[in-house]
Ligand binder design. Sequence first.
Ligand code: AGP
Length: 609
Amino acid sequence: MCGIVGYIGRRDVAPLLLEGLQRLEYRGYDSAGIVITGKAAAGKPGALKMVKAKGRVRELEAKVPKRFAGTTGIAHTRWATHGAPSDENAHPHLDAENKVAVVHNGIIDNASELRAKLTADGIVFLSETDTEVLVHLIARAQAETLEEKVREALRHVEGTYGIAVLHADFNDRIVVARNGSPVVLGIGEKEMFVASDVAALVAHTRQVVTLDDGEMATLKADDFRTYTTEGSTTTATPTTVEWEAESYDMGGHDTYMHKEISEQADAVDRVLRGRIDDRFSTVHLGGLNLDAREARGVRRIKILGCGTSYHAGQIGAQLIEELARIPADAEPASEFRYRNPVVDPDTLYVAVSQSGETYDVLAAVQELKRKGARVLGVVNVVGSAIAREADGGTYVHAGPEVCVVSTKCFTNTVVAFALLALHLGRIRDLSVADGKRIIDGLRRLPDQISEILANEDEIKRLAAEYADAKSMMFIGRVRGYPVAREASLKLKEVSYIHAEAYPASELKHGPLALIEPAMPTVAIVPDDDLLEKNRAAMEEIKARSGRILAVAHQVQEKADHTIVVPKNENELDPILMGIPLQLFAYHTALAMGRDIDKPRNLAKSVTVE
Ligand code: AGP
């Protein structure tokens, strides 16, 4: 969703905020804006100076005048929810007297009702956004202090927000508040930062404080304090961000997507490191907060996630059923919450999220907690909302993933599920021999990933071969089906080519009618007990002149082309079989001139419904 960033200190604020916006642009990038104040801004001590622009942050940068000095400011990069991308709808929003400025990430559910009341009171709105109601509520608040004005305004608001507020009459501070959208404080030496994501902070400080829902903070140049929207003080303990600033750089790659695909061998190394116990052929997952006795009492596992994380959860459910023999399944978190699910005390719920901020997942977790369920988190971003809301869990240690299109986090999340399944399996009936077999397979993954990535030129050539497709079908069976689903999403979201995934066994029940030369099929064909059935599905396609690209452990004569990947253990093969299709999607999109890291209409972390 949107990115907010703020600074108060002694340095020239505009360059700091613009650089912070660049770091946050993957969260939303259809328009951007900046407002500054402080000693040097516009002469008068508190006057606000603002610039906004439709388009990318670079468009905003080009509009910022040479003389735009100040030491305090807030800025925003937007992913439109209310009102099309435009200068007027870009944040920050100001009140009529240009005294109050607000940047906001989230959705104000009762914005139209508030807008009607304010309009009836004579307020003239300049934008179509929900956010603008906030700035007028703050400006009209009768309270004495800026903190109380913001609290008074928020009492009228229903919905989600991560906000930063500047006020010309209180220009020694920034007031921030969080409810449902991330807000992280950066604690510096005589300077303070605020952002939606640590990515905008780590270049300046790695000491951070993550606000909880219902929490606010006041930032001054050499101090900060946190309190609730009711006004009672809260204790904030800064933590150290584990990711270095450099890990957010592109590292010599042309795109973050290529960098993140390329670093998967190292990323998988990290998620395995220090967790394998050869003595008992199992793994140790610190932080699960689930002891062996509790684990044995689990009767079912329900995995919840969105998009790529949902697909990782589907593979995770398969791994848990195979290794731990616990009934498991995955479903989209957004669907789960609204189907009035039966929440069963013997079911263990697992929330999967790279960002740890996806609203649909966070809301499902909060609903489950409200009903007394036990929830684990499988998350990448340490200290994120879902990680903090869960009763325990495990981090996937993929490092920062900047590209909107998730690749290394998908792979690390599936490996994390393999570790969880092995852990649970060895508490139950998985034998020492099978535990060792899986551990040996896990240890082979990094080198096998490197072997697959070394085949990039061949995959690039094949991408060119299929770039003329008007649509693509992806098929797989059992373990291969979630791989097909994820590969289909990758192609759709980065190349904009329509693609769909189907269980190979289901083709003959309808989708086979779509098959023709202009509708090629990618078939996931592992050397497992379904090999012959997968070959039969390819035969059905060939008989109807369908083109086939197979991903397999050996060349498939029924396929027009085969990408051969190294064989691991049957249960772990899905981890490897998806990787060439990440590169396939990447090179297809590259050949089509797509914006690889920021595909149209998308955002990296969807913190609204
Ligand atoms: C990933 O390629 C997609 N951009 C998207 O589906 C993403 O996986 C989904 O929005 C969930 O995000 P999360 O993992 O941060 O919760």
